[in-house]
Design a protein around this ligand. Structure first.
Ligand code: PLP
Length: 367
């Protein structure tokens, strides 16, 4: 039996044929198609982490009493693999995702996976399914292989305590550019009925439960004609936190660029951290601090705030066009989005796709 990165390889006997794969890769959308394999590592309380494997992609066999199905003991990550012009495949700052996965595991009382196994699982899966990594035809194409590591509590037990059996998987899904036909500003609903996170809660952890709890707010946004939701802090309903799955930035006329500080209720985005660095490199003045909803409104009205954007791995940088609430519509940028966000977005993509020097050492080769 062969192995890769310590992962035993059990290849599928029924791979997708090349013609069908090419058809999928020509229009993958997001999160709809999956590659031929998945990585898997099992943990038990008695044995710790077992040896990993790369095995055929397919349904899991899970006992109906598995605790994840009842108490949502689950965490996940989102990482992309980018094909460079020479055919090699790279990922972006995976050690940050590994560290965040460990922090999420601690909060959800799941076992921590070491960074070497986490990154090894990405390498083993992407090496096996490397033909599924799209080759962008142009700079505008922004296609990639989206990797989704996740960990679930799989013990058959309805008592409420940390599961003694846990499974870690990585699945992979080819992804087109988030914005078809160019970046478009999104409209944001300001939620007053719902909060995403509270002090002492799970806001900093990347767990499915946070997303489940955000869906009612997302539905509310859609009934108001908005694309996404912005959440305020749960204590004072005053401080801007983030969107359901993206961090927020505010660009000021005088060169300051502000993002809410990490207070435990905000997800520590890898993109957020990278934007802070690239903004500093560009001579802007990054600030991590509280920003109130009044400061957002007044800053846009006075012209002090010239751009607002959201950022995350999936959509990179998304300009915010409009902030909508019960009795107010605030236009935050013109139709094209702002220049600062656009420029940082290009720099980030140029690094990720290997078009400029990786001066911060952010890339890791996967295949
Ligand atoms: C994943 C996520 C982000 C973005 O994080 P990246 O590491 O930049 O992809 C932001 N907010 C929430 C709530 C998230 O789950």
């Amino acid at each position: 039996m062969s192995s890769s990165q310590g992962f035993e390889l059990r290849p599928t006997t029924t791979p997708t044929d090349a013609g069908q794969r090419d058809e999928i890769l020509s229009n993958p959308g997001f999160g709809r198609y999956f590659t031929d394999h998945m990585a898997h590592v099992r943990w038990t309380h008695a044995e710790g982490w077992n040896a990993g494997e790369v095995r055929p992609y397919g349904p899991l066999s899970l006992d109906p009493a598995a605790s994840v199905l009842h108490y949502a003991q689950e965490i996940f990550e989102g990482v992309k693999a980018y094909r460079h012009a020479d055919g090699s495949v790279w990922t972006f700052r995976p050690e940050k995702n590994a560290a965040r996965f460990q922090a999420s595991a601690r909060r959800l009382a799941l076992p921590e996976l070491d960074a070497e196994t986490f990154i090894g699982s990405l390498k083993a899966l992407v090496s096996q399914d490397v033909d599924w990594v799209p080759t962008p035809a142009s700079e505008a194409e922004e296609s990639s292989l989206y990797l989704r590591p996740f960990m679930i509590a799989s013990e058959k037990f309805l008592g409420v305590r940390p599961s003694k059996e846990v499974d870690y998987y990585v699945i992979a899904s080819p992804a087109a550019a988030y914005f078809k036909g160019g970046v478009k500003p999104v409209s944001i609903w300001l939620s007053s009925n719902y909060n995403r996170a509270a002090p002492g809660g799970t806001g900093f952890a990347k767990c499915g439960g946070n997303y489940a709890a955000s869906l009612a707010a997302q539905k509310e946004a859609e009934t108001h004609g908005c694309d996404q939701v912005a959440f305020l802090d749960a204590v004072e309903s005053k401080w801007v936190e983030e969107l359901g799955g993206m961090n927020l930035f505010f660009v000021f006329k005088d060169g300051r660029i502000v993002t809410p500080a990490l207070t435990g209720t905000i997800l520590e985005g890898v993109t957020r951290d990278s934007v802070l660095q690239l903004a500093a490199d560009a001579g802007l003045k990054p600030e991590e601090r509280g920003i109130s909803i009044e400061e957002w409104r007044e800053g846009v009205h006075s012209g002090e705030i010239t751009e607002v954007f959201a950022c995350g791995t999936a959509a990179v940088i998304t300009p915010i066009g409009e902030l909508v609430s019960d009795n107010d519509r605030l236009s935050c940028s013109d139709g094209s989005g702002g220049e600062v966000g656009k420029s940082i977005r290009k720099q980030l993509l140029d690094i990720q796709y290997g078009r400029v020097e990786d001066r911060h050492g952010w890339l890791t080769r996967l295949a």
